[in-house]
Design a protein around this ligand. Structure first.
Ligand code: PHE
Length: 360
């Protein structure tokens, strides 16, 4: 056997015998490294005759490639064997429950807002929105509450400093009713909108929060009367509270922007299974105000009261969430207590198909 043949079979035997990557690497350095045996042999090619080089050159290159291939092959073999060994020794327990991930929940206000929007969408209402910082004109004057009118005292208002009255938005809206004005200024009848959103008043106890939510409804068309108002409120309450035998009570009231005005209460009878869970005994619980849109408000917004009439109501959204989900204190909604949110929050927006019943 030639010297190269001997070297090759010796190297290949050692490569096959190598049992780990470190041994293989040592062999690679020994043969192919800068000072390796094959590298040294390659260097001698320069000092031999061209005829000899023609034979020895290809033979050396062949040796080098054979050794490099053998190292790569053995390396792959060792890698596969290591993986096999690991797969045999390690078992994956697929029945192990996944680690809990921190997950948020849907706030009851968001849930209720979705539910209400779905119910009214079924009845053909669109959603209208307005800003929280409102023009005095829209929050009061165009709703027939002129400056210095005693009715302004009904609502303890947060005023923003700096805003020039009449020119800049300068009040935190005290109700969602200014969205009525915005809608009527922007749109001709027929109008059917709800506007859920935040409202603000200087007020704070177990059932009042300085920031709270309302849902306003406005319908303006030809021939709209109190019957439409009553039907809409009843149907809405049945769908929202998921009770057919709802008991509602209307009390005469006063709002400058409606005439006549009514306030609505709902019966909460804890002795009847499935009835509203909140309150004591059989209380009447207040939902909010309503009425026929005052003709002055219609004409102030460019709608002819001789042709059109309308109704509006504004219900407390937080209060409705409290009633439906038995939440005793309004302040919990806005304290961001993780325990409260876990208890009252919803896993995902869950809108019962029941509301589809209204469109049947
Ligand atoms: N905006 C009134 C309030 O906040 C409620 C209301 C809305 C009354 C619409 C009549 C019509 O008290």
């Amino acid at each position: 056997m030639s010297d190269l043949g001997k070297l090759q079979s010796e190297l290949l035997a050692r490569i096959t015998a190598a049992t780990d990557e470190a041994a293989l690497e040592a062999l690679r350095v020994e043969a192919l490294g800068k000072k390796g045996s094959i590298s040294e042999l390659l260097k001698t090619l320069g000092s031999i005759s061209p005829e000899e080089r023609k034979v020895r050159g290809p033979a050396l290159n062949g040796l080098r490639d054979a050794v490099a291939d053998a190292i790569a092959g053995r390396k792959a073999q060792l890698g596969d064997a290591a993986l096999d060994a690991r797969l045999k020794s390690e078992t994956v327990d697929v029945s192990l429950p996944p680690r809990p991930t921190a997950q948020g929940s849907v706030h009851p206000i968001s849930q209720v807002l979705e539910e209400i929007t779905a119910i009214f969408a079924d009845m053909g209402f669109a959603v209208a929105e307005g800003p929280d910082v409102e023009f005095d004109d829209y929050n009061f004057t165009k709703l027939n509450i002129p400056p210095n009118h005693p009715a302004r005292q009904m609502q303890d208002t947060f005023y923003m400093s700096g805003g020039e009255v009449g020119k800049e938005a300068n009040v935190l809206r005290t109700h969602t009713s200014p969205v009525q004005v915005r809608t009527m200024l922007a749109q001709k009848p027929p109008i059917r909108v709800i506007s859920p959103g935040r409202a603000y008043r200087v007020d704070s106890d177990a059932t009042h929060s300085p920031m709270f939510h309302q849902v306003e409804a406005l319908v303006v068309d030809r021939g709209i009367h109190l019957g439409h108002l009553k039907w809409t409120i009843e149907e809405f309450c049945k769908a929202f509270f998921e009770i057919d035998a709802i008991e509602l009570r209307a009390r005469p009231s006063f709002f400058p922007f409606t005439e006549p005005s009514l306030e609505w209460d709902m019966r909460c009878d804890r002795s009847v299974p499935g009835q509203i869970k909140f309150g004591q005994g059989n209380d009447w619980l207040e939902l909010g105000g309503s009425g026929m849109v005052n003709p002055k408000v219609l004409s102030g917004c460019g709608i002819d009261p001789a042709q059109y009439s309308g109704f509006a109501f504004g219900f407390g959204l937080d209060r409705m969430a409290m009633l439906k989900y038995a939440i005793p204190d309004i302040r919990g909604f806005f304290e961001s207590d993780i325990r409260w949110l876990k208890h009252y929050g919803f896993a995902a927006l869950d809108i019962p198909t029941l509301y589809g019943g209204l469109s049947k």
